[in-house]
Design a binder for this molecule. Structure first.
Ligand code: 5GP
Length: 197
């Protein structure tokens, strides 16, 4: 069992976390802003917005973002894809594989890809090409987090929540070896966590 402690503001934190980068409250506020922006830009989108969530990392963001869009409109539908570009560790394999494809035809739809984090941009550039090849009317990306290397690749991420430092982060859907996804904030693990795994 992992140990827990209390942060300065009284909220809970996981003892495996070295430091918190983005708090639960910051995430909540940012998602409200992003939803307002995306909904305004898609006010006239015929057929509403088709949200495409990239599992598993974006699952928390998808749920909160879709709910936030619900305050504004237009109507949204949800699709889920699973691709893999990372293994069990913290380095990219450079290979993108479809683990779960879309369940429907997206021809003529206004797609918004809901991504957790853009790091090398490899996954996203592959995904954009894939969705465009399926004749969507438009494909935009909303990414909650972006790392510095993302600027090196030409991936048009229209909506970005937070630019974060070039560190491996966990929480709010992001895992290390399938753990820590449930943390409501995003943080960096203590070095000894890697040593013991
Ligand atoms: P990219 O292809 O942009 O390098 O990485 C895309 C995927 O790698 C993200 O969707 C995410 O699942 C994973 N990833 C990238 N950086 C991190 C990180 O700092 N922490 C975790 N847990 N996953 C990451």
């Amino acid at each position: 069992m992992r140990h827990a402690g209390a942060m300065a503001d009284g909220s809970w934190y996981d003892a495996d976390i070295d430091h918190v980068i983005i708090s639960e409250e910051q995430i909540r506020e940012k998602i409200a802003e992003l939803a307002k922006q995306v909904s305004a830009d898609h006010a006239d989108a015929e057929g509403g917005i088709l949200l495409v969530c990239v599992l598993k990392g974006a699952v928390m963001f998808m749920a909160d973002f879709a709910r936030a869009l619900g305050h504004h409109g237009p109507s949204t539908e949800m699709e889920f894809m699973a691709v893999s570009s990372y293994g069990q560790g913290t380095t990219t394999s450079g290979v993108v594989r479809i683990l779960k494809d879309l369940d429907r035809d997206i021809t003529g739809r206004h797609v918004v890809v809901v991504e957790d984090i853009v790091d090398s941009g490899l996954t996203l550039s592959w995904l954009m090409k894939y969705l465009q090849s399926r004749s969507a009317a438009s494909v935009e990306v909303v990414a909650l987090f972006r790392k510095p290397d993302a600027v090196k690749v030409q991936v048009p991420v229209k909506y970005v929540g937070f630019d974060i430092p070039n560190e491996f982060v966990v929480g709010y859907g992001l895992d290390f070896a399938e753990r820590y996804r449930e943390l409501p904030y995003v943080g960096v693990l203590r070095p000894e966590v890697y040593a013991r795994s």
